[in-house]
Write a protein that binds this ligand. Sequence first.
Ligand SMILES: Cc1ncc(COP(=O)(O)O)c(C=O)c1O
Length: 444
Amino acid sequence: MALRDAPPADVSLPPADELTELPSGWDRRRASDGWLDRWVAAVSDLTRLTNTHPMMDAVIDEQVGRRIRIGDHWLSDFASCNYLGLDFDPDVIAAVPEYIAKWGTHPSWSRLLGSPKPYIDIEEQMTELLGCEDVLLLATITHIHTSVIPVLAGEGTIFLDSRAHKTIYDGAMLAAGRGANVVRFRHDDHEHLEQLLREHTGSPRIIAMDGVNSMTGNAPDVAKFQHLAAEYDALLYIDDAHGFGVIGERSDDETSDYGSRGNSIMRHLDVSYDNVVLVAGFSKAYSSLLAFLALPTRLKEALKVLAPPYLFSGPSPVASLATTLAGLEVNRTRGDLYRRDLWEKTHRVLGALDELDIWTPNVSGYPIIEIPLADHDEIDDVGRFLFEHGIYVTMAAYPLVPKHEVGFRVQVTAANTDDEITHLIDVLTSVRERFRLRARDLTV
Ligand SMILES: Cc1ncc(COP(=O)(O)O)c(C=O)c1O
């Protein structure tokens, strides 16, 4: 089914099964009755948890390192994506006042009108770090997906990984509204993708997928997808929000198997940028509100007049430009030590899970560790147990993950202390005794 014939997409994430077509979602004939209830019903599990659960939509009253206070309850935070712990790095914090004194808090030009010089400095440093042809900065990855995917796809075809992040999916939906055809391939299945590439021959063709997956913590074999892109004259569009800053190029003196320099999945797996646009951001490992595309210069120049966030959107706050530049400096001087620390802490948790016989889909060793439950209806109780025992995690409810993967996600950062990791392992030991977790022999 060509997506242009489909009704508006459901708000829910597409199920991560074997679909190659998109869910029809919403019945036009009844769109006028209870429209909001219908949207809410589409994500009912998530709505219920958001309304009732202490670990959803929480107000954080205070934070000391990775200890957070909600009301009178202190917890160890394992829901942060600040993987390198730069949010509390003294050098990063100290960089902010000087930039604000110079540029004010927020220049408020769109980038097309004018970019403060730090933008150009970051783009140059990122081009060198990534080893790509050029870099374009925009405020968020969501901005990038929703504005760039429709430009790249035109009236051609988007080959969408069935587990692509919701923000990629939304970019594809916008592209569909402008005439692109969207077909889905089974998650991480290059053979299925190749079959679809043979069937859908019109151009342009975009293969859209994640790098390090935000829920499983695993990475695709990007070389296979890049080869297919080159062979079938397609463009591989890849979102490595969770890999950038954490994994990087391999070297003889690397401090861990995350590699060196944190320059993302393409460099980590030594895959060429030919036929590739890499997207990632600073809002995770670099604790700053900014995102980027690694792309050919010709495309960068075109996007300056084609991507609405470059033309119209407010820029990233000056504080974020400052923390990005300071973060890049810390990355050059101490980044590999932080990555080593992150690797050790993550492997302590993974080793404990192994000993406790707790299954996680994580086979990469990267710091995203999802723990699925045997019965998805127990998510509420398990979450409360974690909360009451002082552990703050991301609740992985449906439709954030497929039903068989509902559980909770632990994220380790370099700023978590060893004591916090010990605390986490103690509480996971109790969770294992009290609740039924998913057995390791089920397929992902
Ligand atoms: C894979 C992925 N892409 C994009 C985003 C959104 O990033 P941003 O906040 O820069 O829009 C996230 C955030 O959760 C993500 O995990």
